[in-house]
Design a protein around this ligand. Sequence first.
Ligand SMILES: [Ca+2]
Ligand SMILES: [Ca+2]
Length: 184
Amino acid sequence: MPISDFRKKKLLYVFNVFFDVNQSGTIDRKDFELAIEKICTLRGWKAGSAPYIKTFDSMIQIWDGLRQRADSNKDGQVSVDEWSSMWDEYAKNPENALDWQTQYLRFMFDLEDASGDGSIDIDEFTSVCSCYGLEIGECKEAFHKMAQGKKEVSYEQFVELWKQFFMSENISEPGNYIFGKTSF
Ligand SMILES: [Ca+2]
Ligand SMILES: [Ca+2]
């Protein structure tokens, strides 16, 4: 069965905004290096500091996992097609997520939970999403929709919302908003 337009739009959005950082049309290691810089600048982590090194190591591990699984023609680039088919596999069986997918989920949660108290609030969410170039007003609206009126989102809730994002065909489910966009 082909991927629905709605899910395709969501996958393309994450590809374009969160992964293909230099907008070259494919994902490669350079995009991850740029994302590391973006995140560490946002947090004020200097090159060589412990949190910088931790971010660097996690992101490069995620890239290696993504590359090994998705780069089927081994050219060092992950294309939109490779990306989409990988997430389509995930949607069929999210309990068997790839290691890099689970690592990325954890990484994003920990990144957003800047205070480290185990939940994400609206300011934490907005600061990370806006560092990827999203408009602050839309990030805030997305948070309200995703949190369904609550002030915070716990890790357990985030995991469920994450699955919804990649699986759901229902445009009104809260998981659709976890990457800061309010409509597809
Ligand atoms: Ca790129
Ligand atoms: Ca927090």
